[in-house]
Design a protein around this ligand. Structure first.
Ligand code: SF4
Length: 446
């Protein structure tokens, strides 16, 4: 064990984030907490004193990926203190603690306490594990993400956990039951982002449509509060379960321009039989009804859909049902996941596993469908005038990349020094894959 006088001052922390927008929001909260404690947050490829890996279980090979990332960091920073957190850390703490170089493992409930425990890791003789049972996770850890070099985008985590029991999913095991940010605190946060002139707010959660504040408000009340006055920002809903898209929600988002014309909602399968075995809470008829109602009410709506292929027992006929169901809907892009068995889920024990080569071929077929639709969406946008909020800088081509409200990826010809910004642009032609060029435009907010 290190004695007090051998403890070196720690200054730089590098954070690697895997997985969903919720994880990114929580990493941003970690970032802010480290900064409050005097750390400098550095890029992942820069030598650091502390390394944090915020994991996910959705990736096929979470374990291998985590080991690879830790090894990569330790090549740059051999003496760094490595702490691993997130859903995978919650589910497999012992396995992570056994990775060479890992000094601390933090479950999902302990994630935000990580910056306060670095000193304990520094002096511990062996890896420390801080993981609580998910049944104890009743509290709501707030997290939001603010771009550090420009007040343009904020992710606001409004809900966490899930009470559903989809047969393939480990998220309820990793994040516990559904809980919501207190409504008053959420309203204050939304107003503060407005006062600070943010340009885009992304509402995130595991199962947003199940938002239920202790004071009784539901997700539609959050949307109504946002729409109750003019905002400096536009609002994007990261993803919402189709069975929770009520007529009231459709009414609010379709009649208030603060909401981006963009919805992302999981289908998972277009086969009624597979959907039942996945224990999803809707039928294909209900899914179609929700999508068509939104499509009819919101002009130019971009629709994103999650699909899982290769679920146990998914025959070629089931898969073809999914293909033709998708072909009949007006969506814009797909996120296609190749099914992989997750420990401790019912589906992992189901018979008739689909061979991996078949799963991969089905994935490729749906991704090709998705590429075609995404391209068509981008081409249709030529000539539109829209606000783009930039996200990342493409140093090779010296341009910013951002998204319109209706989810067209746009290359914006602005120098790096402009920083992240909101830009009103006229969209040009597709310039590579599905990125649209800018014809002309002006910066609204740097
Ligand atoms: S709705 Fe289903 S898939 Fe989504 S987090 Fe809950 S259990 Fe998992």
């Amino acid at each position: 064990m290190l004695s007090e006088d051998t403890i070196r001052p720690l200054q730089r922390v590098a954070i690697t984030t895997l997985g969903c927008k919720l994880n990114y929001a929580e990493s941003a909260a970690l970032h802010a907490r480290f900064v409050e404690r005097g750390f400098t947050v550095v890029a992942e490829d820069v030598a650091a004193d502390v390394i944090v890996v915020n994991t996910c279980t959705v990736t096929d090979a979470a374990d291998a990926e985590c080991r690879k990332i830790v090894r990569r960091h330790l090549r740059t920073s051999p003496d760094a203190i490595v702490a691993v957190t997130g859903c995978f850390a919650q589910l497999q703490p012992e396995s992570i603690a056994s990775i060479d170089g890992v000094r601390g493992v933090f479950g999902t409930a302990e994630k935000l306490s990580l910056p306060d425990r670095i000193a304990e890791l520094q002096t511990a003789a062996s890896p420390r594990i801080y993981v609580r049972e998910t049944s104890d996770m009743m509290d709501f850890a707030e997290a939001r993400s603010v771009e550090s070099d420009g007040r343009t985008r904020a992710f606001v985590k409004v809900q966490d956990g899930c009470d559903y029991n989809c047969s393939f999913c480990t998220i309820p095991l990793a994040r516990g039951g559904s809980r919501a940010m207190p409504f008053e605190a959420l309203c204050r946060e939304l107003d503060r982002l407005d006062a600070e002139r943010f340009r885009e707010v992304i509402l995130t959660g595991v199962n947003l449509g199940e938002f239920k504040a202790s004071s009784g408000e539901r997700f539609v009340d959050v949307l109504r509060y946002i729409a109750s006055r003019e905002r400096s920002y536009r609002v994007r809903v990261s993803s919402i379960e189709p069975n929770t898209i009520s007529d009231e929600i459709i009414d609010v988002v379709s009649t208030n321009s603060v909401f981006c014309p963009h919805v992302h909602t999981p289908l998972q399968s277009g086969s009624p039989d597979v959907l039942r075995r996945m224990r999803r809470r809707y039928t294909t008829e209900r899914y179609r009804d929700r999508i068509m109602r939104l499509h009819d009410r919101v002009p130019g709506l971009a629709i994103g859909i999650d699909v899982i292929v290769g679920f146990p027992g998914e025959t070629q006929d089931h898969f073809e049902e999914t293909v033709s169901f998708l072909a009949s809907l007006p969506w814009t892009y797909l996120h296609v996941f190749t099914y992989s068995e997750r420990p401790n889920t019912p589906a992992a024990t189901y018979p008739d596993a689909v061979p991996m080569s078949v799963r991969r071929a089905r994935t490729a077929r749906l991704r090709a469908m998705s590429d075609e639709r995404r391209l068509a969406h981008a081409r249709r946008s030529a000539g539109d005038v829209r606000e783009v909020v930039t996200e990342s800088y493409d140093a090779d081509r010296q341009r910013w990349i951002g998204w319109t409200d209706n989810y067209v990826r746009v290359a914006v010809d602005l120098p790096f020094a402009t920083g992240r910004s909101a830009v009103r642009v006229r969209l040009g032609d597709v310039i590579d894959d599905t990125t649209v060029g800018m014809v002309d435009g002006f910066v609204i907010a740097p």
